[in-house]
Design a binder for this molecule. Sequence first.
Ligand SMILES: Nc1ncnc2c1ncn2[C@@H]1O[C@H](COP(=O)(O)OP(=O)(O)OP(=O)(O)O)[C@@H](O)[C@H]1O
Ligand SMILES: [Mg+2]
Length: 306
Amino acid sequence: MGKDTTASPSATVICCGQVVIDHTFRVDEIDPPPSKTTARAYHLGVGGMGAHAAIAVVRLGGRALFWGRVGDDEAGAAACEALAEEGVDVTHLRRIEGAKTALSAVIVDKHGERAIVTYRGSGLGTDPAWLPLDQMGQAGAILVDPRWPEGVHHVLDAARAQGVPTVIDAEKSEARILHDLVPRVDHAIFAMTGLSVFAGGAPPLRGLRQALDSGVTKLVAVTRGENSTLWMRPGDEKAHEMPAFPVAATNTTGAGDVFHGAYALAIAEGQEIEAALRFASAAGALRARDGQTPDRAMVEALIAGG
Ligand SMILES: Nc1ncnc2c1ncn2[C@@H]1O[C@H](COP(=O)(O)OP(=O)(O)OP(=O)(O)O)[C@@H](O)[C@H]1O
Ligand SMILES: [Mg+2]
């Protein structure tokens, strides 16, 4: 009716989990303590796995909603503002009265390697009852991380009941949290340390098998920085490898977050698992190369060999 019906609506990803204000310091070397180091540059920005992934979804052409909590402090206001500026829907990023927002100090050396100290905030509460689970149907995928386990548990159960695909960024956290959340998802993509915690120190291939046996329905994988991502589906005899794109890394911070955002978007768009992993690897590699989240054209050019 006079409306352009040729443009398909953007795929939507709901990201639920961590939002942090990152204070990033660039240094030449990260000296072991005791030490005093002068930073060459400083930047304040919004991070946290889920929030960072939400930004990646938007940059890559999707629509992202972020569900989570911040305090009613300055950092909380900065986080809401920065995410909204990036185009992320923050209607359900709750500002909790009297709470303190999570903060990180990120120290990045000249090789792009980093040391991170994170304060998880305080008074943010755990009650997930306010989450708008009835709005889940608009999402093509839901991406969660383990930093708000009560909320994420609730979201994953509702998503399974409603048939919405789910992805977890299974980063390092307490084993009991990973054991609770991982079996509830369709796609579990671990960081190396997360998989080791989940599998009680077992080698990666055994860890992946254990994750599949726990109830993950579609994919288990582990990202390994500049090395290939190992992945398996239920019924696979052996693990497959998705090679990393070779790039000169300048800052690997957030490569994993961007990888997961890109993967969730690809799933929301209906891409097959292998294509989604390739898309995510290209996005993660560009993030590591540039220290910035790439846009869709950059990712597609890298995949095409550009
Ligand atoms: N140096 C790199 N070169 C090429 N690709 C990279 C590089 N670092 C990261 N990537 C891409 O990003 C993905 C995620 O990176 P990584 O495994 O380091 O995540 P992580 O350990 O969760 O770290 P974080 O979440 O803190 O960024 C990798 O699987 C890879 O595809
Ligand atoms: Mg990570």
